[in-house]
Write a protein that binds this ligand. Structure first.
Ligand SMILES: *Cc1c(COP(=O)(O)O)cnc(C)c1O
Length: 236
């Protein structure tokens, strides 16, 4: 996809987001767009920046590190959205401001250790597994609640628990997709009442195929790749 096509896609997707916000009685501008640039070259990220986009999502640390180091743009913000191995945490923290795919206690321990070394504070979202066809995320709410308890105890002073993330099933059945988003929204309400001291505010849900539904279900951040940058070439 060339630069002008990408820029045009940004205008289209932003318009769709705005329509969905209005249709569902949400405030205009209440939904953030995270542009998922995985498997796309740094030129595409530059095209997005020309369209006024500064928040990006990547799921592989190696690729994200290379791309965003090369980009070297202080205004660009990067979120890691893919499953993260503990041995990649250090590298992830060098380029990302947020890890959206936190799914286990040992990962939080490693993030805390590395963030303390770098003397920086990192934001995280807890990812909840809500769809059969995805493997990522905390397997159930109880294990996720244990992590929240550890935050409430003050175990992770260099980490800010800022939200929740999930991936809905890749299904044509809209009901299943909605159930997945509703599950995440309900969990956020539970966390906010159980742990009022934790700043869990974001609901990161919705991708190219289902972001309009996600906005109707209360998403505050959609993660869109294909609808902006085109199909990914997995052979690179
Ligand atoms: C790849 C990816 C996306 C974007 O998917 P599209 O369908 O291309 O919009 C969103 N979230 C996560 C976690 C992803 O891995």
């Amino acid at each position: 996809m060339n630069e002008s096509e990408i820029i045009e896609n940004f205008y289209k997707v932003r318009q769709q987001i705005k329509n969905a916000e209005l249709k569902s009685g949400r405030k205009e501008g209440s939904v953030k767009l995270c542009a998922v640039s995985k498997f796309h070259p740094v030129e595409d990220v530059k095209a997005a920046i020309k369209a006024g986009q500064f928040l990006f999502g990547e799921n592989r640390v190696q690729e994200a590190h290379a791309k965003f180091t090369e980009l070297n743009n202080k205004d660009a913000e990067l979120h890691i959205i893919g499953q993260l191995q503990s041995n990649k945490v250090k590298k992830a923290l060098e380029v990302a401001s947020c890890i959206q795919s936190v799914d286990r206690e040992p990962l939080l321990q490693e993030i805390e250790k590395q963030a303390a070394k770098l003397e920086k504070n990192i934001r995280v979202f807890f990812e909840l597994h809500t769809a059969e066809d995805s493997k990522s995320g905390y397997a159930d709410e109880d294990t996720l609640l244990v992590s929240c308890e550890n935050f409430a105890k003050g175990l992770y002073p260099h980490i800010t628990p800022a939200g929740l993330m999930t991936m809905a099933p890749f299904s044509k059945d809209e009901k299943l997709i909605r159930q997945s988003f509703q599950k995440l929204r309900n969990l956020k309400e539970l966390l906010n009442s159980k742990f009022p001291e934790l700043p869990v505010a974001e609901l990161s849900m919705g991708m190219s195929g289902d972001y309009i539904i996600a906005i109707e279900e209360g998403s505050t951040m959609v993660r869109v790749g294909t609808a902006l940058f085109g199909e990914r070439n997995y052979n690179i």
